[in-house]
Design a protein around this ligand. Structure first.
Ligand SMILES: [Cu+2]
Length: 223
């Protein structure tokens, strides 16, 4: 059913997809039920030769039940979505794992500036490295991203990892992910940010452990 979603390569991506399935099937079932009932009534009670319209005096309780019962079912299903959503939210936001891997990503019209802290792990020191649109990370390691913006609101989107977070001017917003498969994945901007928005696209390069070591050695030979 979800073939149009990109491949999922993060630890919490499955939970996000499960939420989408849940909402999709609940809303889909209601849609079919409502359309089905409407179609059925259209056919059952259509105008026919010789059949007179019925005079209905009205029974307020029975009529109200047609509204109240579906409302109650919708409410219960809604609470189910909230409950499941709360669990996923807690997993992603409240019980976020710590990590030594930190990068700073700054959105600007129309690029992602990726700042690596270097071997000392501190931003704003001499061994920092800045690359445009290239986020290199090791596979199976938790990576924290500090999101900033130089101009307008951008949205840092890793569709394959099911992560999307706004980058807001004046704020440093943190997000994390753990990629589970080496590869090259897109980082589009998901917030209309100006005339070059559609071309604002970076790449997340997930390296196997040894390849990541080599990449680090290449950029910080003395480390
Ligand atoms: Cu943008």
């Amino acid at each position: 059913m979800f073939r149009w979603l990109p491949e999922m390569v993060s630890t919490y991506g499955g939970d996000i997809d499960a939420m989408m399935y849940l909402i999709y099937y609940i809303v889909g079932a209601w849609f079919l039920l409502t359309c089905g009932a409407m179609l059925l009534f259209l056919i059952l009670y259509r105008r026919r030769e010789g059949r007179r319209a019925t005079y209905i005096e009205g029974n307020s309780l029975r009529e109200a039940a047609w509204i109240l019962v579906p409302c109650l079912i919708v409410l219960v299903l809604d609470l189910w979505i909230d409950l499941r959503g709360g669990e996923v939210w807690a997993k992603v936001k409240r019980h976020a794992p710590p990590s030594d891997h930190r990068v700073q990503v700054t959105g600007k019209q129309f690029n992602w500036e990726i700042l690596y802290p270097g071997p000392d792990g501190q931003f704003g020191t001499g061994d920092d490295l800045q690359l445009d649109n290239e986020l290199h990370v090791p596979v199976n390691k938790v990576v924290w991203v500090v999101l900033k913006s130089k101009d307008v609101i951008h949205s840092f989107f890793l569709p394959h990892l099911r992560l999307k977070q706004d980058a807001v001017p004046g704020r440093a917003i943190e997000a994390w992910f753990k990629a589970t498969k080496p590869g090259r994945y897109e980082i589009p901007c998901a917030e209309l940010c100006g005339f070059g928005h559609s071309g604002m696209n970076g790449f997340l390069i997930v390296h196997p452990a040894d390849e990541y070591e080599r990449w680090v050695k290449e950029h910080w030979p003395s480390s």
